[in-house]
Design a protein around this ligand. Structure first.
Ligand code: FES
Length: 207
């Protein structure tokens, strides 16, 4: 087991390996766990996941580089992702991205010098009905115009929320929404990684 991971993550890694008949199948949740441990998926982490799963380093790298949510370098505390795929593009996503870049003072793919905000464009976020869609640490906001996009960046910079919550940001900055995705969300993202917990890689409610 990876000795320099936290004890909790070592336990979760073992649970993941035990959960699959073939340990190679644990590669993706292990990469997600590695991202939680280090803030991104380092070269060392990919080698470690390869050793744990029996895959080659090249195979693990192929997985990690295919899925853009696996960050290969550190990102800011708040990762602001602007969908620029077709529905959002037609609803002004390029202008929203430009407003966010201008307000944050960095370009697409960059992080502010203080390490607080990273800006990126992403492919379809799955919220086309509420285009344009923007997410912060993968917490979604729909129907965001240029002015509200600027307000969002100011809020992140000034309020420095410890947890970002999609429902809260939707109320503060969002516009037309495609539909309710589910019951009101109580947990949010505390780092620039998705807050979901399907593999036991993040804390579940009540845990
Ligand atoms: S095109 Fe932007 S959410 Fe689908």
């Amino acid at each position: 087991m990876i000795s320099h991971w936290s004890h909790e993550n070592q336990q979760r890694a073992q649970q993941l390996l035990d959960a699959y008949p073939e340990k190679q199948s644990a590669a993706m949740p292990l990469l997600y766990l590695a991202a939680h441990e280090h803030g991104y998926v380092s070269d060392d982490a990919m080698r470690e996941v390869a050793a744990l799963t029996g895959l080659s380093s090249a195979q693990v790298q192929a997985v990690a580089s295919f899925y853009t949510m696996y960050k290969r370098a550190p990102v800011g505390r708040y990762l602001v992702s602007v969908c620029t795929s077709i529905s959002c593009y037609l609803r002004g996503a390029d202008d929203v991205l430009a407003a966010i870049e201008d307000e944050a003072g960095v370009l697409d793919g960059e992080t502010t010098p203080d390490g607080e905000i990273s800006v990126e464009h992403v492919e379809c976020s799955g919220a086309c009905g509420g285009a344009p869609a923007v997410s912060v640490n993968w917490e979604l906001i729909e129907g965001l115009g240029q002015d509200k996009a600027r307000d969002l960046i100011k809020w992140l910079r000034d309020a420095k929320p410890a947890v970002v919550l999609g429902d809260e940001m939707q109320l503060l900055f969002g516009g037309r929404k495609s539909f309710d995705w589910g019951p009101p969300e109580k947990e949010g993202a505390i780092v620039a990684l998705p807050a979901f917990a399907p593999y036991g890689t993040a804390k579940a409610e009540g845990e």
